[in-house]
Design a protein around this ligand. Structure first.
Ligand code: NAP
Length: 261
């Protein structure tokens, strides 16, 4: 019996951890797809391909050409374009799709959060809330902040941003996970009075929220984009269980007929 061919849409620590686990199963042949945005990505085991597919049509063609049996979307919650493309491509190609989603962050007693819809609203609220702003939204979505020239920013990203940056800023290049003690040191050393974050979820980057709570610092939390259309699980066990239920060989649905290859 040939191994089932699984495409994991990656670019996250969750995807790496998932693929490490899936690669233990000889019944699975796993390929991870990376967008190619990070200069030195953490490479998971198994096959890795790098670069965009060329939209939903390109992804659909890849699924067919590579005879992919199943797709697991383990991309970042804010990588909405690739997730929407996966929904469209898998639906058209009749390839089963599962999204591995990180639970959202939820505030607890002592948190001073303000949820906003997008980076533009975040820039407005952050400017209202403080003079020294810690931006932890990565290197994308910085444009609305670049226009603010009467606030100081600490900008943390893995790689240097390509886009223009605010007049007054310090760039900190770092890759999570981040420890609470380090986050507290940063918040204190830079006299941060407002933190801006995406609602990325997970425990790799949530120490900044704990630090902000401890120091009474307000946090502007950008809500996730909505992507509908994929079955969703919230942990690796869920992915393993879903894959175990798939047919053993590739099945193509063509119109109303079912062809097993
Ligand atoms: P995006 O806006 O959803 O996608 C933009 C385009 O990049 C897609 O249309 C696709 O190009 C390509 N792409 C994205 N992820 C890909 C993947 N895993 N494999 C192949 N092509 C991919 O994504 P993004 O927000 O730019 O994020 C890019 C990658 O960084 C994602 O894989 C994501 O998991 C990771 N990441 C994103 C964030 C974030 O905050 N957005 C944070 C951490 C990690 P084509 O249309 O040509 O196929």
């Amino acid at each position: 019996m040939s191994a089932r061919r699984v495409l994991v849409l990656g670019g996250t620590g969750d995807a790496v951890a998932l693929v490490r686990r899936l690669c233990d199963d000889p019944a699975l042949a796993v390929t991870t797809s990376l967008a190619g945005r990070v200069a030195r990505p953490t490479r998971p085991p198994g096959n890795v391909r790098i670069g965009g597919f060329g939209g939903a049509d390109g992804l659909g063609a890849y699924l067919r050409d590579e005879r992919i049996d199943a797709v697991v979307d383990a991309t970042h919650p804010f990588a909405a374009t690739i997730s929407r493309n996966a929904v469209r491509a898998c639906a058209r190609s009749c390839v089963p799709l599962l999204a591995l989603e990180r639970p959202r962050w939820t505030p607890v007693a002592g948190d001073r959060w303000e949820r906003v819809a997008d980076v533009t609203d975040a820039s407005t609220r952050a400017r209202d809330l403080g003079a020294r702003i810690f931006l932890t939204i990565g290197r994308q979505g910085l444009a609305p902040f670049a226009a603010i020239d009467d606030r100081w920013f600490l900008i943390r990203a893995i790689d240097p941003p390509d886009a223009p940056l605010p007049k007054y800023h310090v760039l900190m290049l770092a890759r999570g996970p981040f420890a609470l003690a380090d986050e507290l040191t940063i918040l204190r050393a830079h006299a941060i009075d407002v933190l801006v974050t995406k609602d990325s979820g997970g425990d790799a980057t949530d120490a900044k929220l704990v630090g902000a709570r401890a120091l009474g610092i307000p946090v502007v939390v950008i809500d996730r984009p909505i992507v509908d259309g994929a079955a969703t699980v919230f942990d690796r066990d869920g992915v393993v269980a879903w894959l175990a239920k798939l047919p053993a060989s590739r099945t193509l649905l063509e119109g109303s007929s079912v062809v097993t290859l």
